[in-house]
Design a protein around this ligand. Structure first.
Ligand SMILES: [Zn+2]
Length: 247
């Protein structure tokens, strides 16, 4: 690996007990890795993914990559790593570590709070065996599972809302539509034409995912049925009070 003389950023999970990896931790780890990469880039700390190493072994899930050229000092890089841990919804389960160009760990000396009791530093709880191991693990895995579920739900809703919007725009653009607004005629509508009606659905784009998140269970029931006109079916089902010709 071409890590020599370059600071490196690594990601691992604080999983107490053994085994340290399972399908839930792996899924969570991969989502964290995506989040970390975006966060580092947004904070002018890009990592070299071509030289990255990712593996899962007895010590758990692990990723490390060298830092590309950055204007940040090593202290500022450490602050970026710590900020990621602080801001991530489950950052207390995550270790984002930094090593300098000589391979020495860079530490800010801050003690991390225990993710379970939030009362004492994590190291103190660990040394005192303050919490039941099985309780710790089941708490952690259920939080990770819920995080992964929410992430899948959000992605599904964004995808569905995108398809729904596309279906709406296809319907608006369909020409000819006798009696309705199409590209060449207002049909029976004196108060609107193709241009505003094609723009209006875009105004709903930000709130479509919110509707779908709210009603996702019933939406999933609908989508299990054969649905050749998928996008249009979703539109008709979800927006009965907003027919296009009255928008
Ligand atoms: Zn504790």
């Amino acid at each position: 690996m071409a890590f020599a003389k370059m600071p490196s950023v690594s990601l691992s999970l604080n999983v107490p007990g053994f085994p340290k990896s399972n399908p839930v931790t792996l899924q969570f780890f991969n989502l964290c890795l995506e989040d970390l990469n975006y966060f580092l880039q947004a904070n002018r700390l890009s990592i070299d993914l071509a030289c990255a190493l990712q593996q899962t072994d007895g010590a758990g899930n692990f990723f490390i990559a060298p830092v590309l050229a950055t204007p940040l000092s090593i202290t500022d890089m450490k602050k970026v790593c710590e900020t990621f841990e602080e801001r991530h919804p489950l950052g207390r389960f995550v270790d984002v570590d930094l090593t300098d160009g000589e391979g020495n760990p860079v530490s800010s000396g801050k003690a991390k709070p225990c993710f379970f009791c939030h009362q004492k530093p994590a190291d103190v709880c660990r040394h005192e065996n303050a919490h039941d191991l099985n309780e710790l693990r089941s708490f952690m895995f259920s939080e990770m599972e819920a995080f992964c579920y929410r992430r899948r739900e959000n992605r599904l809703c964004r995808k569905i809302s995108s398809l729904a919007l596309k279906a709406i725009l296809y319907e608006i653009s369909l020409t000819p539509k006798p009696g309705l607004v199409d590209k060449f005629s207002n049909g029976s509508h004196a108060d609107m034409n193709f241009r505003p009606s094609s723009i209006l659905p875009l105004l709903f784009r930000p709130i479509l995912p919110i509707w779908f998140v709210k009603d996702l269970p019933s939406l999933q029931m609908t989508l299990r049925k054969p649905c050749p006109l998928f996008g249009i079916r979703v539109y008709e089902w979800k927006m009965p009070c907003l027919p296009l010709h009255k928008m």
